[in-house]
Design a binder for this molecule. Structure first.
Ligand SMILES: Cc1cc2nc3c(=O)[nH]c(=O)nc-3n(C[C@H](O)[C@H](O)[C@H](O)COP(=O)(O)OP(=O)(O)OC[C@H]3O[C@@H](n4cnc5c(N)ncnc54)[C@H](O)[C@@H]3O)c2cc1C
Length: 439
């Protein structure tokens, strides 16, 4: 049921969801047909805009279209990607295209279509403070509006992260994080030298885009990564089984120190570059070599950025090679820091007013329960994509969004509105019961 226009102070929603990224949009779409569940979603932006700085024309999702907002929970939902294609008149073209992987641009448009259609998203509503008046959460926005809800679902996403050693360079002319790449692209193409720092998909997409443009431009192109190699994301099927409800439950049940080690060890499961793009970069190099446009480019792995400063010609990056132990430097006048994102694993400042109701670990991070609850009662405040440290690498994975929303809806309604799969993998995680030594 779509939420009525908000009355300033009186109406109490069942849920006030903060942030209309894919995860809370999924929650709103799954709540839509549930008569006794009144959800309102508050979004700071004026419309859905999914990673606009990386909306490269040929970029695709890294997950199949089934990882849309709703299908893994409810394949009959009107808010599915397939229904969006039908409404947009693209279904037959998508069928002929025969790819499981939507273009990033159409996924963005799909999210906008769902957000505008579902009726429960309030745009231009940046949440700035949350209090509790004894019966409900009182959520205030920068616009001066007030929304009330019995529960909160936090889905504010992650923030661009840059290495501390070069944080001071952000804002310098010619320097940007990959999150703003397309805003800076035209200026970067006019530069004498461009350096890309990072080992993930975004770094590779930016490098590939600049390499492809290099024949028309005369820049020196450098790609540096701290990783020991330009490694592909691990995508084999038994590994993909870790993107599952039972692996998430297994991970959540592990001791905290084991979880911390696993998150680090499992980097190749969610960081890294799609194997296809790694090969496309190599093939493009070959093509440019044969067509006599061999680019002036340098790719160096095992390289840590340890410092940097402005120079009359741009910026100088101080570097350390982690295998040879050598220190060296690169001077560049274009710099793209494709150095990832930091999840909002600790309460944002706007939750200060209800901090006493939250459960945090010794590092001040959300101590999320198995049902993604982060408040003392385990019934009131939930997180989406802020729980990598408790639930594992699948936290930002679009493929698990609908499942997590289903768990949260079950926790709120007290019933399994959408079936929660208990076991989907062939393999067992931990010691299988039938092999356990009886105690
Ligand atoms: C370029 C890129 C491509 C990606 N591609 C994939 C992919 O193909 N497959 C995959 O599985 N994962 C992918 N990811 C990872 C992840 O799925 C996405 O980051 C996803 O957008 C996370 O969704 P979210 O809902 O947590 O947050 P976000 O999409 O970041 O949305 C959070 C929303 O909260 C709003 N907000 C923040 N603070 C407030 C506030 N105080 N008040 C109100 N609103 C607020 C923001 O404006 C934003 O709209 C990608 C990530 C990036 C950066």
């Amino acid at each position: 049921m779509s939420a009525p226009r908000p009355e300033q102070d009186q109406h109490v929603h069942d849920v006030v969801a903060i942030g209309a990224g894919p995860f809370n949009l999924g929650l709103a779409c799954l709540a839509d047909p549930v008569d006794d569940l009144d959800v309102v979603v508050l979004e700071a932006r004026d419309q859905v805009s999914w990673h606009p700085g990386m909306m490269l024309d040929d970029a695709t999702l890294q997950v199949p279209f089934l990882a849309d907002l709703v299908t893994m929970a409810d394949p009959t939902s009107r808010w599915s990607f397939l229904n969006y294609l039908k409404q947009a008149g693209h279904l037959y073209a998508f069928y002929v295209r025969e790819s499981f992987y939507p273009l990033r641009r159409e996924y963005d448009d799909y999210c906008r279509w769902a957000a505008e259609g579902v009726g429960s998203v309030r745009f231009g509503q940046e949440v700035v403070a949350v209090e509790h008046d004894g019966s409900a959460y009182v959520v205030s926005t920068a616009r001066g509006d007030v929304f009330r809800g019995r529960r909160l679902v936090l889905g504010v996403g992650s923030r661009p992260r840059v290495p501390a050693a070069v944080e001071h360079l952000l804002g310098v002319d010619g320097v940007c994080h990959s999150a703003d790449y397309l805003t800076h692209r035209a200026d970067l193409l006019q530069r004498r030298a461009i350096t890309v720092v990072g080992s993930g998909q975004s770094a590779a997409e930016v490098y590939h885009d600049l390499l492809a443009a290099s024949p028309e431009h005369d820049y020196e192109l450098t790609w540096l990564t701290r990783s020991p190699r330009f490694f592909p994301m691990e995508y084999t099927k038994l590994t993909l089984e870790l993107t599952s409800p039972e692996y998430t439950a297994y991970f959540h049940g592990l001791p905290a120190d084991v979880r911390t080690d696993l998150v680090r060890e499992q980097r190749s499961l969610y960081k890294g570059i799609s194997g296809d793009l790694v090969d496309r970069i190599s093939d493009l190099h070959y093509q440019l070599r044969v067509t006599g446009h061999g680019p002036r480019t340098t790719l160096v792995a095992s390289t840590e950025v340890v410092g940097g400063e402005r120079t009359p010609d741009g910026v100088r990056l101080d570097l350390h090679h982690t295998e040879t132990g050598e220190d060296f430097a690169v001077t560049t006048d274009g710099l793209v820091l494709a150095t990832g994102y930091a999840a909002a694993s600790a309460p944002p400042a706007f939750l200060d007013g209800v901090r006493d109701r939250l459960v945090l670990d010794e590092q001040g991070r959300f101590a999320a329960s198995s049902t993604y609850a982060v408040d003392r009662s385990g019934q009131e405040v939930f997180v989406q994509n802020a729980e990598e440290h408790t639930h594992g690498f699948v936290a930002p994975d679009l493929g698990m969004g609908a499942y997590r929303s289903s768990v949260i809806i079950a926790a709120i309604t007290g019933r399994e509105v959408y079936p929660l799969e208990k076991r989907v993998a062939v393999q067992s995680f931990g010691v299988p019961d039938h092999l356990r030594v009886p105690s």
